[in-house]
Design a protein around this ligand. Structure first.
Ligand code: 4AZ
Length: 342
């Protein structure tokens, strides 16, 4: 009987640990949003984009698709949020849903000039938001799981995702970055570009002569009223990020999603409002950690069960055998649901 109770306790604690792990935050709040390679100075407003400093946006990644004959080419941007998860836009993925098409390039400055800081990773899984709407681009968010965890360096760092809403004022310095075109129907840039942007209130962005209501509460607008600063084709999936001087850290505020053209007055870039997806991100970004932990706990439970089984055979205690079966079933259902949900 002691062993049956031991088993019950083990199963209970296995469940507790599992549920705890699934509520862990995406990134540790201490080590994110930092730029070890550059010193941050709040500069005057930038008109248009310009070359970023090396290591200025260490979470910015290039998402590339393999094409027979020409090899990998840049399709979209993305943001590293922990050592094996990259956030991007769902619409980037739609043509190539299979992870095998993709590679993620990290620590990159010049698209066509990789160096010792550059890390290339294949993709293990792609999780597209279940409610992504192709017509309105609502919920334009997806998460890529890397095949191998990356080691952070001066050029590779995760960006922070806030666990509570953050006040963004006109004073908050916010930026966009990417290898996208410099103008509508323009050529893609080889050197990572950056620009400082204003976050534009939804009321303004949805005015009848602006986006006229097309911008949902899951989106936010950023750029400038006159269109001098904007994202463009090829920047999609990349970050809209703001610097919070009190913490001296950058937070991911948006994901580049769409816009009417590029740089047109009253049609600023539209971004996914990250604060609406905190839970979605958290439950998916810990995918690998949860499954690793569940496998470990599953093995522990199996071992305990095996020992228990022998004792139960000896004693034929029906009541505790029932408890054991119930706990065992609930654990398996829990693991099954956790995997399905993720
Ligand atoms: C694009 O096609 C795209 N001006 C991204 C951003 C904007 C327009 C187009 C915003 O990837």
């Amino acid at each position: 009987m002691r062993w049956d109770l031991g088993f019950a306790a083990a199963s209970f604690w296995a469940l507790v640990v599992l549920s705890e792990v699934s509520s862990l935050p995406v990134t540790s709040t201490e080590k994110c949003g930092l730029r070890p390679a550059v010193e941050f100075k709040t500069k005057p407003r930038i008109v248009g984009g310009h070359d970023a400093q090396i290591g200025a946006w260490p979470w910015q990644v290039s998402l590339q698709v393999y094409r027979f004959g020409t090899g990998y080419h840049h399709v979209c941007g993305g943001s590293l949020i922990n050592n094996d998860s990259v956030l991007t836009a769902a619409h980037c993925i739609m043509k190539w849903r299979d992870p095998h098409f993709w590679r993620v390039v990290l620590g990159l400055h010049d698209l066509y000039n990789h160096n010792t800081y550059t890390v290339k990773s294949l993709v293990r899984a792609i999780l597209v938001h279940f409610n992504f709407k192709n017509e309105s681009y609502d919920n334009d968010i997806a998460l890529m799981k890397l095949q191998t965890s990356v080691i952070f360096s001066d050029r590779i760092q995760p960006i922070c995702i806030s666990s509570s809403p953050r006040l963004i004022t006109l004073e908050t310095p916010c930026f966009i970055s990417g290898w996208g075109s410099e103008k509508e129907k323009g050529k893609a840039k080889y050197i990572l570009q950056e620009a400082q942007v204003n976050v534009i209130p939804p009321k303004v962005c949805n005015r009848y002569d602006w986006y006229a209501g097309a911008v949902t509460w899951n989106m936010l607008c950023a750029g400038s009223e006159g269109g001098e600063v904007d994202s463009c084709q090829g920047d999609s999936g990349g970050p809209l990020m703001c610097y919070f001087p009190n913490e001296k850290k950058f937070y991911l505020i948006g994901i580049t999603s769409y816009g009417v053209g590029c740089g047109r007055p009253k049609f600023p870039g539209v971004y996914v409002r990250i604060s609406h997806y905190r839970n979605w991100i958290n439950t998916r970004a810990i995918f690998s950690r949860t499954t690793t932990v569940s496998i470990q706990h599953f093995l522990i439970v199996l071992t305990v069960e095996w020992v228990t089984f022998h004792f139960v055979l000896e004693r034929e205690n029906l009541f505790f055998r029932c408890i054991e079966i119930i706990l065992d079933c609930s654990l398996n259902v829990f693991i099954f649901l956790a995997k399905k949900f993720i």
